[in-house]
Design a protein around this ligand. Structure first.
Ligand code: FE2
Length: 361
């Protein structure tokens, strides 16, 4: 087996939604993404409409259906608005498919060549948890990374400082976390970064277990959660109950200035989870020195976590759609490599406050 990396990075995250136009507008006006390209009847795509949006290196695609018998309509009916495809850019798709095939666990789909706006792209689809897929995309015969069917559109939004994807989290069924971690490790050549037991990540009521896998020195990071038993329903189980299958729980978006980003997002109407004041009382005691003013962090509800490499700051939005399923995390790493283990308890108490309001605790 060739050891050179055959996956480059996450190319884009595609959501299947009830109204692509509304999701695109929301991401432009509230999240600060710029419209980059459009696909639909005007560009020769007869059965669906898609908007490709970009901020920093982050690309998201919102796709909706035009006919009730579309599989996209069925996906939206079952899951609500959610992530279908975490596509991965590959430098050389023939080699990627051979390497994955040699590993013997995953059978990649047949490579197809598609005409694009500026050349050709070659793709192969591999399935992952639930109905989620990874489309492997090779753009080496194209002068840009617009997928087939897309035409560039004008539009420049005022950004909010979001720069890149830090990690993308999947929620899977109880007792399935280990096999999905192995899917990435044995099937695709990822390595395990860390794992959390339910005693690390539990509140009085609900709990989860999590394993983090990464590819090629953190070029791609996929944490995988499963529900654990608590006195009340796990937040992961609530997700599964509403999404109906395993799926993507959150995308963590990295910024170099979390105070600016969160301030702007709040001004534009993005709602974040509340963090109890007691969290900051405790933080004052355990912090030596950080660059940020603690009162500002408290005002914005930003969480802080430390490890031997430094620290990181994070905050979670409320769900983006109508069902309590997909949300965003905003994260800034100041050397810290953690995923907020020290914050799980505070965070889950905040999530449970919301879960309780929905009568699901
Ligand atoms: Fe996260």
């Amino acid at each position: 087996m060739d050891d050179a990396p055959y996956l480059a990075k996450v190319d884009s995250v595609e959501f299947l939604v009830g109204s692509a136009k509304q999701w695109a507008y929301f991401h432009e006006k509230a999240m600060g993404f710029s419209p980059l390209a459009y696909a639909g009847p005007e560009t020769g795509v007869r059965d669906k409409v898609s908007y490709l949006m970009k901020q920093g290196d982050v690309k998201v695609i919102f796709t909706s259906y035009l006919n009730p018998d579309s599989p996209i309509a069925e996906h939206v009916r079952t899951h609500g608005d959610g992530v279908k495809d975490i596509s991965i850019e590959v430098p050389e798709i023939d080699r990627a498919v051979v390497e994955i095939g040699k590993r013997g666990m995953i059978k990649p789909g047949k490579i197809s060549t598609q005409e694009t706006h500026s050349g050709k792209m070659r793709v192969s689809v591999i399935p992952t948890y639930g109905e989620t897929v990874h489309t492997l995309k090779d753009f080496s015969d194209s002068s840009n990374t617009l997928p087939s069917g897309f035409e560039p559109i004008e539009g420049k939004s005022h950004g909010t400082g979001i720069g890149k994807i830090d990690h993308i989290v999947g929620n899977v069924d109880d007792r399935k976390m280990d096999s999905w971690a192995q899917y990435y490790i044995r099937g695709l050549g990822f390595e395990q970064l860390m794992s959390f037991e339910d005693k690390d990540i539990s509140t009085k009521y609900s709990a989860l277990r999590s394993k983090v896998v990464h590819y090629n020195d953190r070029s791609i990071i996929f944490p995988i959660n499963e529900p654990a038993l608590g006195l009340k329903k796990s937040q992961i189980q609530e997700y599964l109950d509403y999404y109906k299958t395993p799926g993507v729980q959150h995308v963590a978006l990295h910024t170099d200035d979390i105070i600016r980003t969160v301030t702007e997002l709040k001004e534009r109407g993005i709602e974040f989870l509340y963090t109890p004041g007691s969290y900051y009382d405790a933080l004052h005691k355990r912090v030596d020195h950080i660059d940020e003013d603690l009162d500002t962090l408290q005002k914005l509800n930003i969480l802080v976590d430390f490890d031997e490499f430094g620290y990181m700051l994070q905050i979670f939005t409320k769900p983006m759609g109508d069902r309590p399923t997909f949300f965003y995390e905003i994260i800034e790493r100041k050397g810290g490599r953690s995923f907020g283990k020290g914050n799980f308890k505070a965070l889950f108490e905040a999530i449970e406050t919301e879960q309780n309001k929905r009568g699901n605790l």
